[in-house]
Design a protein around this ligand. Structure first.
Ligand SMILES: Cc1cc2nc3c(=O)[nH]c(=O)nc-3n(C[C@H](O)[C@H](O)[C@H](O)COP(=O)(O)OP(=O)(O)OC[C@H]3O[C@@H](n4cnc5c(N)ncnc54)[C@H](O)[C@@H]3O)c2cc1C
Length: 476
């Protein structure tokens, strides 16, 4: 086997959205940088997660909105054009090709090595290329791991015989299964149930818990449950799958209460596991398969000398692309600053600390209705021991909602930190609320005093009026 050796200031393993941004920021700080990728540049997000899933969901959400508008609803009464939706999804996934992203890396002067990267010791990485070459890399300053996650599959007897869908198949399938069973009740489960039911599958959701979207405010899960049921999805709560088998092309699903269910495909949306199994973590004293615990500058806390960083999904702080890219901007910048021995500003909200990961992570769930949230939930705020006030408002009662569509249903909740008089968290549920989330993020991350927020006047008649109503409710 051929072996070559190279030295860079910074080595990044994993070229998903996060790794790409760590590399770009490190390079912008003047450091020579190489990135290692074993599959496609752009990672899970571009090809099997955010982009394809939102391309599948956009027509579903737009049609639901249009159906609520008098004079337009009739025109969109029919089914979706499945072929066109799938073709659009393929386009939005760049046909699973990454030349554009390779060109971009080249344009920002980051070197690319295609292959599987493994640590072989402190600041040492070995890359096995597809044609069998071994490239030994040494980092002068830092190695950053952004290897992301894959679907975590529960140990259900018979699982290996049924070829289950994971998020990858659910976002890239070329045909619509007649019957799709979805195991799980989190974000991936509800989004994919929404998409495939609208594309023509009869979806059955098998949910271990007694609610959907368990980590969010309870009204979010309740409204999404209503929306899915109205679309025809069969949702079964408190349900455990005990065994699986594929017989005559069908998946036979046995439940804990002895009942059986048949489906053409089964999607397991049961969480994520870090891509750290085959990463050489044992060579630096860490355990393969573990999440990588980091401080607010993304140095891995259990590794000495500060050369090892973990950024994005793999550190388990906030498993979303936008938050991972925020982490990447900070990690790349702090790696550059440390290399140049510049002062580090890692105090809360400093240039080199990802404080928003703890206080202001925005998320949109693209269902009908949409859910948008940022900051703490009531449950989290109560657990944090803060003195809080919960302010609720029925979104259907604002003029903007009347204009948005008939029979608008929705709800909003704002959590107030009574000691600081600022907003700790906001959750919106309703059609069109996804675009409201950044206003809430600014209020939470900016710690805008409520007295000043009172002067942020929402335009009439938009959904943004919810801010005025929440503040009025708070003031009594
Ligand atoms: C169905 C679904 C929908 C989603 N929708 C959204 C959404 O709408 N918005 C949002 O913000 N987030 C969404 N997410 C989450 C989002 O996909 C992730 O947060 C994001 O992809 C994380 O980026 P990352 O760069 O950390 O990891 P990844 O995107 O997983 O990239 C990691 C990269 O590392 C590579 N790699 C791994 N190990 C090695 C190795 N040893 N050597 C070389 N390369 C390696 C992989 O091949 C991969 O390319 C969704 C997730 C799913 C599953």
């Amino acid at each position: 086997m051929n072996q070559t050796t190279r030295t860079y200031d910074v080595i990044v393993i994993g070229a998903g959205p996060v790794g790409e941004n760590v590399a770009e920021r490190a390079r912008a700080a003047g450091l020579s940088t190489v990135i290692v990728e074993r599959e496609l540049l752009g990672g899970e997000c571009s090809f099997w997660a955010c982009d394809p899933s939102k391309a599948l969901l956009r027509p579903v959400v737009a049609r639901a909105d249009a159906r609520r508008i008098p004079g337009l609803g009739q025109a969109v009464g029919g089914p979706l054009d499945v072929e066109a939706v799938l073709a659009h999804r393929d386009k939005m996934s760049s046909y699973w090709k990454d030349e554009d992203q390779a060109d971009w890396l080249n344009s920002v002067s980051v070197d690319l090595i295609r292959g599987h990267g493994r640590l072989t010791g402190p600041k040492q990485v070995s890359v096995q290329t597809p044609d069998g070459e071994l490239i030994a890399l040494t980092a002068r300053h830092a190695v950053a791991v952004s290897t992301g996650t894959r679907a975590a599959l529960p140990p259900i007897p018979g699982l290996d015989t049924v070829r289950p869908w994971t998020s990858r198949e659910a976002t890239s399938a070329a045909e619509v299964p007649k019957r799709l069973a979805v195991v799980g009740g989190g974000v991936v489960a509800v989004e994919m149930a929404t998409a495939w039911q609208a594309l023509g599958s009869q979806v059955t959701m098998l949910v271990l818990e007694n609610t959907l979207l368990q980590r969010m405010e309870p009204f979010a899960g309740e409204l999404v449950t209503d929306g899915l049921r109205e679309a025809g999805v069969d949702i079964r709560f408190n349900t455990t799958v005990t065994s699986l088998a594929r017989e005559g092309g069908e998946v036979q699903i046995t439940l804990a209460d002895g009942r059986q269910l048949a489906a053409d495909e089964i999607l397991l949306a049961t969480g994520r596991a870090p891509n750290t199994w085959d990463l050489g973590l044992e060579t630096i004293g860490l355990t393969p398969g573990d999440w990588l615990k980091v401080d607010d500058t993304f140095q891995v806390t259990d590794v000495a000398d500060g050369w090892f960083y973990a950024v994005g999904d793999v550190n388990h702080r906030a498993l979303m692309t936008h938050q991972g890219k925020y982490q990447a901007r900070i990690a790349g910048t702090v790696i550059g600053a440390r290399a140049k021995k510049q002062p580090i500003d890692d105090a809360p909200w400093g240039a080199h600390a990802a404080t928003a990961d703890h206080a202001a992570v925005p998320q949109v769930v693209f269902t009908t209705p949409e859910i948008a949230s940022v900051g703490l939930t009531t449950h989290e705020a109560a657990r944090s021991g803060r003195r809080i006030k919960v302010v609720d408002y029925n979104l259907a009662h604002i003029a903007g909602a009347h204009q948005y569509g008939q029979d608008y249903r929705g709800h909003a909740r704002m959590l107030i930190d009574l000691d600081r008089d600022t907003v700790l968290g906001v959750t919106f549920a309703g059609p069109g609320v996804g675009e409201l989330v950044h206003s809430a993020t600014i209020a939470v991350a900016g710690q805008v005093p409520l007295d000043r927020l009172w002067h942020a006047v929402p335009a009439f008649p938009t959904l943004g009026e919810i801010w005025l109503r929440l503040l009025e409710t708070h003031r009594g």
